[in-house]
Design a protein around this ligand. Structure first.
Ligand SMILES: Cc1cc2nc3c(=O)[nH]c(=O)nc-3n(C[C@H](O)[C@H](O)[C@H](O)COP(=O)(O)OP(=O)(O)OC[C@H]3O[C@@H](n4cnc5c(N)ncnc54)[C@H](O)[C@@H]3O)c2cc1C
Length: 419
């Protein structure tokens, strides 16, 4: 059996491991358009200021079994499902029996005059990080950076640039930072921390244009006409799935590639996993394109196992399940953190730099945000995933972060796939 995997990121890499575990002798080939071995993408912002975290970029868990062939620096141009082959941009053709499309996502750029262009950057790949770092060095520590988008990536990049002494402003179109993951109260804790480090934030505004003079960025013009002086601009405005090759091949797609519960696409020999897939939110049942490492790894494992003859079902993705540390403060959010006004019981508690928000629907927990004190997150996650009726313990859960009484009610604890 010839297994072919497009993409050597979280999903592709996990799939290769899963196939090899189940099938010791089949042929496995990974094709990646990046020239590097697999790396842990969430650490890229730490490379910008040489933070110690960056040393773990090439995590041991990403090392592939020796008998997996990896074609680096090769871009797949076309998938031809009826002939079971892919065409590479260097003219080579590779045949497969089972194919996994794990092509991830690319930065999505809103329509802004002057973007893309010299002095405007994105951060998705290791090469992006190297390019941005070189430009930061050329611009010098007293230069000014504007980060467009105050999400997880924008905020991490802002911290990295500020660390090097640059003057940094984040422009976020919503009302607070990391708006998908945090509510206003949680964001306030981080905003105070960012402000204390000298990072400026502008909310409720979008960027209309990047102004250049003599080919160099001089400023960023907001939708209200205000101009911010800038020497470089980093676009951190979200991602879009790399689903073009699937679309052109005639596979079913919407925003991402559509899959069944075995992560099989509309062609039975082709699977898909990771950021490129459109799946179902495990909590809300809504279609989502998940952009988290943990989801990508889990999907890769399930797809790989099924490519090798298994029949493991994928339960759906966490639209939100993310553990990050921003400005030295840990935060974990999962499930529904911005519930509609009606039909939900929302409990919040803030104590200095710690915050806890629990969202209940009837007797079940459907979402949470933990800032500062993140103990118990794995158990909360399991409670949500297993839809445990916690009515008898709801008040205790609100009062204390300890979850011991609930643990025995969980079927699969501690096998929680929280980060
Ligand atoms: C700066 C940054 C910070 C992040 N922080 C977090 C975090 O804190 N927590 C979290 O959970 N997630 C985080 N993420 C998101 C996380 O990294 C992704 O969800 C995860 O990498 C998705 O894995 P994937 O395998 O689906 O795709 P990717 O990791 O994107 O891998 C896809 C690979 O396929 C390659 N490829 C695409 N098209 C082709 C083609 N035609 N031919 C050959 N190769 C191709 C791509 O170049 C890429 O190498 C972060 C991402 C970034 C960029």
């Amino acid at each position: 059996m010839r297994h072919l995997i497009i993409g050597n990121g979280a999903a592709g890499n996990a799939a290769a491991h899963a196939i090899r575990r189940r099938d010791p002798s089949s042929e496995i080939t990974i094709v990646s358009d990046e020239p590097h071995a697999a790396y842990y993408r969430p650490l890229l912002p730490y490379l910008l200021h040489d933070a110690p975290e960056g040393r773990h970029l090439f995590r041991d868990s990403l090392h592939l079994p020796r008998d997996v062939t990896v074609q680096l620096g090769a871009r797949v141009q076309a998938v031809v499902p009826d002939e079971g082959r892919i065409d590479l941009d260097d003219g080579r053709v590779l045949a497969y029996d089972r194919l996994l499309i794990a092509t991830g996502a690319s930065p999505s750029l809103p329509p802004i005059d002057g973007v893309p262009g010299p002095g405007s950057f994105v951060l998705r790949t290791l090469d992006d990080a190297v390019t941005l770092k070189a430009s930061m060095a050329a611009a010098g520590p007293s230069s000014r950076a504007v980060i467009v988008g105050g999400g997880r990536i924008g905020t991490k990049v802002a911290l990295g640039l500020r660390h090097l002494g640059m003057a940094v402003t984040i422009v976020e179109m919503l009302q607070w930072i990391v708006p998908q993951q945090l509510d206003a109260a949680a964001a306030e804790i981080f905003q105070e921390a960012l402000q204390s480090q000298g990072i400026e934030m502008i909310f409720g505004r979008t960027v209309r244009a990047v102004r250049r003079q003599d080919g160099r960025v001089r400023g960023v013009i907001l939708d209200d006409g205000l101009e911010l002086a800038a020497d470089l601009v980093v676009m951190a405005t979200g991602v879009r799935p790399n689903a073009e090759i699937a679309r052109t091949a005639g596979l079913a797609t919407r925003r991402g590639i559509l899959v069944n519960r075995f992560l099989q696409t509309s062609h039975p020999h082709i699977y898909a996993a990771g950021d490129v897939v459109e799946t179902t939110d495990i909590v809300t049942g809504e279609p989502i394109v998940s952009g988290t490492w943990t989801n990508a790894v889990f999907m890769g494992e399930v797809a790989g196992e099924n490519m090798a003859g298994g029949s493991r079902e994928y339960p759906g993705a966490w639209g939100l399940l993310n553990a990050v540390e921003l400005a030295g403060i840990p935060v974990i959010s999962a499930g529904l953190v911005h519930p509609p006004l009606e039909g939900y019981d929302v409990r919040m508690r803030r104590r200095e730099r710690a915050y806890r928000k629990l969202v209940f629907r009837g007797g079940t927990l459907v979402g949470f945000i933990l800032v500062g004190e993140v103990e118990g997150a794995g158990v909360y996650t399991a409670i949500i995933r297993e839809r445990v009726d916690i009515s008898p313990w709801k008040e205790a859960l609100v009062e204390k972060s300890t979850c011991a009484p609930f643990v025995r009610t969980l079927r699969r604890f501690p096998e929680v796939y929280a980060a």
